[in-house]
Design a binder for this molecule. Structure first.
Ligand SMILES: C[S@@+](CC[C@H](N)C(=O)[O-])C[C@H]1O[C@@H](n2cnc3c(N)ncnc32)[C@H](O)[C@@H]1O
Length: 506
């Protein structure tokens, strides 16, 4: 474990965390209460880390919720008496004793960020370190992140099946573990940062949850143990291993290049139950002249894992260097920015990296003896939210396809999912369309430009005929050999089943 670097750790929450929850709820410091107080414009701006609209919206408001927003979400000082009034059953002295605020005379300031957070079924509160927007200073290297875009992406894409044991690897403030509480009996959460584990312990208590918190690198803290679900927003940021480059614990797993997720994937087969799933985020380096799919496919060779990888974004080395040199509070133009920028460029050049991909990885340890399946796809546009139900359905569909093989698909009776539509485009006045697109409304929002045979197949896909019978009939109607129709249609039908445009059991 790395040494901690002098930031305060939150003190134990006392023996009645429920009293703080009640006080925060009574103050309307909840997702709904904050949204009502700020209104849509200031809420959206705060989401983009712009504080001014929220500051203006709450400046002359001494309601409990406005006081708590100013203190904990904007990092502004508030009066001690005002804060005492805002927290029925709690007060400034207890917040200070817990280390959450610092009192200076008649004013109190937040020592941590504390915000309401939730999903459709839960209202939580999350403590994390103050961001650089709140402190106006670059972040210390032991900063513990709050909830960011990557956290909510992973939470959205995670399948929420009921499971017995789950591992949250690189828990940080514990946001993924909060999501796991709704569908998991036992949660193990790990991190290399002592400070993150302390803050996660705080958040578990604050939200009435119990997590088994452990310290250590990647899967070391869970040696010999298996899980039904592993979730990880790992420290995947590619960081030059060079003097003067800060190694922020929250984003840097201490490996060269994209080694952290590659290493994690190699460790996963020993930690998943048969049928167990891992949901991860990752960056991957694509060397000049390579295809990202070949690079990432190589990560899974001889692991025995099924893998579904969705590339969501790409950056060139300069874009990546700009993003991560500036992350943590060092602005473009500030002293040291260009040295960092150059360090990133040199690091990528040393490995011949032409592009860096970002994406979401779903892996599964097969529950039966069969060849693992591998599916790599690029989808850069918006997807269903939450994505978890589509991931769950996609895992089951891909597993079914792998288990039944081609003959099983030919024997299946398929129907069209209700979110699928067909678009026909053609020259004005033409009898026949020149382009037919089958489009999915949910899931990955796939769009397939199809030929006559597949269009005909989808139009008769009501579950009555098997795939083989329908393709035979279409071949006779078109006056072409069945093999030609199979050659055109079967791989597309396979993909449509995998992604949920066509479903079994019609
Ligand atoms: C990007 S943060 C994710 C935090 C949180 N899980 C989320 O979803 O927002 C990555 C976390 O991994 C931790 N970490 C860094 N190196 C690690 C390692 N080698 N093994 C395990 N965790 C590590 C960091 O301290 C940090 O808390």
């Amino acid at each position: 474990m790395r040494e901690d670097v002098g930031m305060p750790h939150p003190a134990p929450l006392g023996d009645d965390p429920a009293a703080l929850r009640r006080a925060l709820t009574a103050a309307h410091f909840t997702l709904g209460g904050v949204a009502d107080c700020l209104g849509p414009l200031a809420s959206a701006a705060l989401h983009r880390e712009q504080r001014l609209p929220a500051d203006l919206a709450t400046r002359n408001d001494d309601s409990p919720v406005a006081t708590l927003i100013r203190l904990f979400a904007l990092g502004l000082p508030v009066g001690v008496r005002q804060l005492d009034r805002a927290l029925a059953g709690w007060d400034t002295a207890r917040l200070a004793a817990a280390g959450l605020v610092r009192v200076d005379g008649s004013r109190a300031r937040a020592a941590y960020d504390l915000r309401p957070y939730g999903d459709d079924d839960h209202q939580w509160w999350v403590v994390s370190d103050l961001s650089e927007v709140m402190t106006g200073e670059p972040l210390p290297v032991d900063h513990v992140l709050g909830i960011g875009g990557a956290s909510t992406t992973l939470a959205s894409w995670t399948p929420r099946r009921r499971v017995r044991r789950a591992l949250d690897l690189g828990t940080g403030c514990g946001v993924q573990s909060l999501h796991l509480t709704g569908h998991t009996d036992q949660i193990v959460a790990t991190d290399t940062s002592r400070r993150a584990l302390d803050i996660a312990a705080w958040n578990a208590r604050l939200n009435g949850a119990t997590w088994d918190l452990r310290s250590g690198d990647l899967c070391k803290p869970v040696a010999g143990e298996r899980f039904d679900l592993v979730v990880s927003n790992p420290p995947f940021v590619i960081t030059p291993r060079a003097d003067g480059v800060p190694t922020y614990e929250y984003r840097d797993g201490g490996r060269v290049g994209d080694g952290v997720v590659r290493t994690l994937i190699r460790e996963l087969p020993r930690h998943l139950e048969p049928g167990g799933v891992a949901q991860l985020l990752a960056n991957w380096e694509v060397p000049e002249g390579s295809d990202w799919k070949d690079v990432v496919a190589g990560w899974f060779e001889r692991t025995g894992l099924d893998a579904w990888v969705v590339q969501r974004d790409t950056q060139d080395p300069a874009e990546y260097a700009e993003l991560w040199s500036g992350d943590g509070g060092l602005r473009s133009g500030a002293t040291g920015f260009e040295q960092l920028y150059a360090a990133w460029l040199r690091d990528f050049a040393a490995r011949g990296v032409a592009e860096i991909g970002f994406g979401v990885i779903t892996v599964q340890l097969p529950a039966t003896r069969r060849r693992p399946w591998l599916d790599l796809v690029e989808v850069t546009g918006p997807v269903q939210s939450p994505m978890g139900p589509a991931i769950d359905a996609g895992l089951r569909a891909r597993t079914w396809l792998a288990e039944v093989g081609e003959q099983g698909l030919l024997d299946a009776h398929l129907t069209i999912a209700p979110d699928v539509t067909e678009e026909r485009h053609g020259l004005p006045g033409a009898d026949d369309p020149s382009v037919i697109v089958i489009r999915q409304g949910g899931g990955l929002r796939r769009a397939f430009r199809v030929g006559t045979a597949v269009a005909a197949f989808v139009s008769v896909c009501d579950g009555e005929l098997s795939v083989g019978q329908a393709l035979d009939a279409i071949a006779s109607l078109l006056g072409v050999p069945t093999d030609a129709v199979l050659g055109e249609a079967l791989s597309v039908i396979h993909e449509m089943v995998a992604d949920g445009l066509l479903v079994t059991g019609g």
